[in-house]
Design a protein around this ligand. Structure first.
Ligand code: PRX
Length: 635
């Protein structure tokens, strides 16, 4: 018997040990007892981190939507699968039962097929948080098409890059979106992007804001009439466990975004198993993750993990501040939410507004609170614990990544004693290692180092779309035979992990990963700019904000600096999206560089963080004199 639901600390240690000693046996039992396979695997695991190549449940056949929908129909057909809460609180919530979800996914899948989408084709989904987003994801999975969801806050340039990188044939979009008091012209963004995407031959458009938008003849089609006409019966395509399920882009420190490829069988098993345990999900719970499905958190813990467990998963279209900062709590009370999973940046923004908004609502339904996306500071942790959970709902600080597919280091609520700011213990099957700069593993406790994973887990990304070499270089080259996460971590005296943050040039702003290179490229496109460098600095709500150092081409540039700042941020918004805008822009005559011409970001980071008392060794710089100048003019 597998231990699908861990309830005591003893049991955690016992199951953990088994998952490490006999990983194949362990995962085989979980997979066998809790999922629906069309054919069992020939081999549980084969792996080689050198190549790198990882295969789980090779030879097995399945369709993930049969696991997430069909198999619940006889027992939970009338249970709510997706509970949609609209942006506008006066609009009624929509309860989509498993039976209804089944019909809607099948209809959508038939529309995709009718428009020529086949197994293995890539479909780009650029939608706000409306039911069609979850349904289109599942419809792709139903027919074996590979979905590539692009967060609907990305600009047309960012969207086009992602569409072209994975050669998407179709885009699924909406006429627009509601975000708080604003409406956004999403279709306009798609139209701009598609100017540069010759491979896209159709666009399905969902109606959300009912605006009168141009539809391109022969390419754009309104979705609803097609759904109305489609059959609600669609046989699930039988997939191999290692067939790609989706591509999801994440920023690297350099170069283009990386299209992380997740496959079907292992991803399903791991996201479902983690969901059950990390949220201690039980049958009548109402689970709410506030992330957007455009990010991995939404893929794994709004759609696949919860639905694989037959859960009720809330999908919220709006923002925490609309109509006021009580919105989250209003929703918790209204739907009697039992598990609430959000990001530290949201917690900090809510904390800043005080407890007045909280006190108006009954939050007694809450059993488990979760956080993800960046390190949570102690103050925010306590605010969440004291005021939202009233010290009765344990906080699960879940560390993981787009690349890992599922939660990796986390407490199990009511099982693992929590400790503020600590993600605590590795989840079942996860073997972390801390490494020193020379590539040696640091054993023992009370140590810190670079966080790696020593052994494969079922939901790890298998490659970067179209660039396996980059996958190898980014994740498997820094430390031999280990997956390198890019994060630093420390391990305390009892073996709890605390994630200390990125050790590369990725900066996490409001929980969004941003690579420095693409932002600098955008800045450098400004005709007045010669060169730029960006770094992160601490921000009360966003965690980190961006600080840009910009060298202008013409030293005697007479244009108003504030106007230049606006133009630079406008360029960033166009190239990447508003999330990547800079909070501070300092114009400078030079950037500190090594003799080989590399920008010394360490120094720039210290100046931005106002930690100038010890700048470290600057003697190796090509131009040490600029450091004083930058410090004198720091913002
Ligand atoms: O630096 C870590 C941070 O977010 C990075 C992964 O970002 P992304 O791929 O966008 O996925 C976010 C949602 C899973 C990690 O490398 N991070 C994520 N969770 C935590 C965290 N840092 C500290 N504590 C966490 N709980």
């Amino acid at each position: 018997m597998s231990n699908y639901h861990i309830k005591h600390l003893e049991e955690y240690y016992q199951v953990y040990r088994k998952s490490i000693r006999e990983p194949e046996n362990f995962w085989e039992e979980v997979a066998e007892e809790h999922f629906m396979w069309r054919k069992k695997w020939d081999n549980v695991l084969s792996w080689d981190f050198n190549k790198p190549e990882v295969k789980w449940f090779e030879g097995a056949k399945l369709n993930i939507t049969e696991n997430c929908i069909d198999r619940h129909l006889s027992t939970r057909g009338d249970k709510t699968a997706i509970l949609f809460e609209p942006n506008d609180s006066s609009e009624p919530a929509e309860h989509i039962t498993y039976k209804q979800l089944h019909k809607r996914v099948n209809k959508f899948a038939n529309v995709l097929k009718d428009k020529g989408i086949q197994k293995g084709d890539r479909v780009c989904i650029y939608l706000p948080m409306i039911p069609e987003l979850a349904i289109s994801v599942l419809a792709c999975a139903r027919i074996g098409a590979i979905h590539s969801v692009v967060f609907a806050g990305f600009s047309s340039t960012a969207l086009a890059t992602r569409i072209n990188d994975s050669d998407c044939k179709m885009v699924i979009a909406s006429d627009g979106s509601f975000r708080g008091s604003k409406t956004i012209d999403l279709k306009g963004i798609v139209d701009d992007a598609l100017e540069d995407c010759p491979g896209v031959n159709s666009v399905l458009v969902a109606k959300r804001i009912h605006s009168d938008i141009p539809m391109k003849e022969g390419r754009d089609l309104w979705l609803q009439p097609l759904l109305d006409a489609a059959s609600d019966d669609c046989k699930a395509e039988i997939m191999d466990a290692e067939d790609p399920l989706f591509i999801l882009y994440t920023s690297g420190s350099t170069g283009k975004p990386k299209g992380m490829v997740h496959t079907t069988g292992g991803y399903m098993v791991y996201t479902a198993y983690t969901f059950k345990n990390v949220f201690q999900y039980t049958e009548n719970d109402v689970y709410w993750c506030t992330a957007d499905i455009g990010w991995i958190t939404g893929h794994s813990y709004i759609v696949y993990g919860p639905l694989a467990n037959g859960a009720t998963s809330v999908m919220f279209e709006g923002v925490p501040s609309y109509p006021d900062f009580g919105r989250f709590w209003e929703i918790v009370e209204k739907h009697k939410v039992t598990q609430f999973y959000t990001a530290p940046t949201a917690i900090r923004a809510l904390a800043k507004e005080g407890v007045g908004h909280l006190e108006k609502y009954d939050l007694s339904s809450l059993k488990v609170l979760g956080t993800v996306g960046e390190p949570i500071n102690e103050e925010a942790w306590h605010w969440y614990d004291d005021n939202v959970g009233k010290k009765k709902a344990p906080i699960v600080d879940t560390w993981w990544q787009t690349e890992t597919g599922g939660i990796m280091i986390t407490p199990i609520p009511f099982v693992t004693p929590t400790k503020p700011t600590y993600a605590t213990l590795p989840f079942i099957g996860i073997q972390p290692a801390l490494m020193d700069e020379n590539g040696k593993e640091i054993k023992g406790n009370q140590v810190d180092g670079r966080l790696c994973i020593k052994f494969p887990w079922p939901s790890m990304a298998r490659t970067i779309w179209g660039n396996h070499q980059r996958y190898k270089e980014t994740y498997f080259s820094a430390f031999k035979d280990k997956y390198f996460t890019g994060d630093g971590a420390l391990r305390d005296e009892v073996g709890y992990y605390r994630i200390t943050g990125r050790v590369d040039d990725v900066i996490i702003v409001s929980g969004h990963n941003l690579g420095t290179a693409p932002i600098e490229d955008a800045i450098n496109e400004h005709p007045a700019v010669a060169e730029s460098a960006i770094v992160g600095f601490p921000h009360d709500i966003k965690g980190n904000a961006l600080y840009g150092y910009v060298i202008l081409k013409d030293v005697g540039e007479t244009r108003d600096h504030n106007n230049l700042r606006k133009e630079i941020n406008q360029l960033i918004t166009e190239q990447i999206g508003p999330i990547a805008k800079l909070d501070k822009i300092q114009f400078t005559s030079g950037l500190p560089k090594t003799r080989s011409g590399k920008i010394m970001r360490r120094i720039l980071r210290k100046i931005a963080c106002k930690e100038t008392s010890n700048l470290g060794d600057t003697s190796t710089l090509l131009n040490p004199e600029v450091v004083q100048d930058i410090m004198d003019n720091a913002l």
